[in-house]
Write a protein that binds this ligand. Sequence first.
Ligand code: ATP
Ligand code: MG
Length: 500
Amino acid sequence: MNPAASILVIDDEPDLRTLYELTLLREGYRVETAASVAEAREQLSAKRFDAVITDMRLPDGFGMELLQDLRNQNRRERCVVMTAYGSAENAVEALRCGAFDYLTKPVDLRQFRSVVASAVQDPGHTTALRVARGAGAPRLAGGAGDAHKPTYALQRLVGESAAMQDVKQRIAKVARSMAPVLIRGESGTGKELVARALHASSQRNEGPLVAVNCGAIPENLLEAEFFGARKGSYTGASQDRDGYFQAARGGTLFLDEIGDLPLAMQSKLLRAIQERSVRPLGSTQEEPVDVRIVSATHRDLAADVQAGRFRQDLYYRLNVIELMIPPLRERLEDLPALCAALLSRIGQESGSPVPRLTDDALRQIARYPLTGNIRELENLLHRAVALSDGQDLVVESPASSAPPSHPQEAQPLQAPSAAEGDRAAPAADAAGVPPTLPHDLQAWLDQQEREILVRALKETGFNRTATAARLGISLRQIRYRIERLNIATPHASEGADDGL
Ligand SMILES: Nc1ncnc2c1ncn2[C@@H]1O[C@H](COP(=O)(O)OP(=O)(O)OP(=O)(O)O)[C@@H](O)[C@H]1O
Ligand SMILES: [Mg+2]
């Protein structure tokens, strides 16, 4: 909290105004009030505040106009908008226009205090406005203080295609609000990198970024992992433990593969986000947590909502702002820059010079379908560097390493599915069915499954997340199947993929 902070509260209801004022005064803030847009403008032109809390509907206009004023004038005040119950669109609109956060009326005073506390948390947040604002191209360079951080973060996102420029501009725009962001994109498109750039460009960049792979946590541990646990709350809990929410306080909680979260946990997560507080396992006390939620998925969550696999209310809550990362095949103009950047990274990691990227090599690379996107490109380049012994990079032709296919025609593997419920109908596909019926159906299915898994794992450079996405099953399923079939995977990539 920052008790010295000054706050302007705008509401036309005298009783509510007094209630908010008293609540804030008791917290030790300096408070001014206004009853209309005109009064608020007068106050704002006379002095600076740390935060502005405004009702949406006012007698002479809308709270949004004040928000707009603040943005147009490059003012540092963070703005929290109060909207009537049931007008979620307004709240979402306000967040999109740069509001720091919103509160729904009737306002819960506990929530009110916690939102205000986060709004004034960093009194030096003039620097928070360092990232681009407004419609034009973001001004990514220059500025005072730690302005190098967002610049650097965004520069690490290689690619100047229109699609990538759009992604970068949107990151810069949403970085200053608290609005939840949902990052969508195929496997390997750079969702995690975007989440990190978003955090680093945001005013929370001094705080932690806690990245959680939702698909990699055993179901019975989810609650303790997310919300923490008190000593003795379960066997083995020998001391109090913080969860991801507590660990991310003041920073960003990145929920990767959010689509893999089981339904029961989805409701608990929704509650924590709405209440801005969590109750550790074995505790009776709610703990306030101030985190920004950024989530990511390669799945079509809207379809999962339709199918009843994902809670609609949580989906709306997470998807206030959506960042769609286009697949590499739709931004092939980024290929040369990406290859150059990845090669230089490979060189730095290995500590030895890398072969030259020739036009021929580039042409060869472009022939790959690259359905695994930038992660696949990375693996491809690793292989190529290992294969090249001269000055120039040698890239094997797609035919010699994987079945050639055109990106748009890239077919999912025709696999006899060994998924539960499917066993009665093995491989109607002529190519897959053995000439005579197998004597041991299970052994035959296992063999097919093993071959498919090994092939998909190889294709994705043994990345389990990407393999799961490639085969349309969850990460948990992949891990289970790899273990069940005793498939050996290179050690290094196992750890990298296992989340926290
Ligand atoms: N625009 C980019 N510029 C440079 N490197 C990138 C870019 N996008 C992705 N990468 C690199 O590609 C790899 C995959 O990126 P990342 O892990 O962020 O993808 P993802 O979408 O989260 O993938 P997955 O679905 O497999 O989890 C990483 O090594 C990342 O650094
Ligand atoms: Mg990822």
